[in-house]
Ligand binder design. Sequence first.
Ligand code: 5AD
Length: 366
Amino acid sequence: MYANYLNPETFKETERILKSDDVSDAMKKISEKVLMGTTLSRGEFVYLLGLKDSPDRKALFRLANAVRHDNVGETVFVKGIIEFSNYCKRDCAYCGIGASCKIKRYRMRPDEIVKVAIDSAKHGIDTIILQSGEDPFYTTDVLIDIIKKIRNHTRRPVSLSIGERTPKELELFKKAGASKYLLKQETVNSRIFKSVHGSDYEVRISLLKALVKLGYIAGGGDIIGLPGQTLGDIADDIIFMRDIGVKMAGIGPFIPTQNTPLENYPSGSADVTLNAYACTRLAIPTIFLPTTTALGTLDPGLQYKGFEAGCNVIMVNFTPDKYRQVYRIYDNKRKVEFYETVQELLKRGKKLSFSVMKSLKEEELV
Ligand code: 5AD
């Protein structure tokens, strides 16, 4: 059959699921639909998102893993993040660097950002991510200059995670050489969005769509466990991302952060987060899907568990130490270091990209 040789692992896994006595009929039907490339319904995603440890949940993870294998292979992409400013004009209720948070603020100078990016590229990282609060200090021209310099010196893909900018700016950043942009929808439930986020829901959604239209490898994503959020909302997030055509998704649990309006609210569920990874992989088979630092903050082992649920990306931090402590979007944010991470990945038998392996060989680390 057509699907058989194009998706050998998915085929094998589906066969195994269909033969299992302890897997439910609902899960069997889902597995067949995934193999045939039929889109899953909202109800099916809600069912999968709610799975607790069970044969069905094991089947879900194995299926997501098979879909990952058949569509994006075995390589784990290691992306490097530089958090260059913690100034933010927004005031999101969950975030520790919102405008009204009384924290020490910093901005890296443009030449410092470029230098750190060039240093991080020496490790062969698969993408350089520039992240900050929404900080108008970095004007369009300043950012264009930074992007161009990094691209000229490193040739690595540059990804932006700097919040909302005008469509014109997004276009100019793309022309300057940025190829990826992460602008999480945070939640597609407009009522919840409006209650926790400091910006306009319609604008944000339209900007994310604009990124897709501009030809960016556009990233969406949500926070799992926002106040009032249901599994149905999370299913809607996944369907939304599938339908608008994002190619990356940052999905992490909510982490309560001191001195924010949501400080006393409980953390998001790690189980639901892992289920959301698996569902997102089923919904968008070729997606770049990081297992997030927020999940690792709940428990470092959990971050590696993400790879069993269909993830294929991890972000390591290259923000200079003196700034990193104050880039506190949430409390106890886990430090994800390059060497520690690649060693852990290799120990677990993961494949790394050619450029990362080459840098390790050059430094005689493998
Ligand atoms: N818990 C989890 N994720 C958070 N973010 C910000 N604050 C929190 C929090 N308290 C996420 C948002 C943002 C990304 C940079 O960090 O989703 O898009």
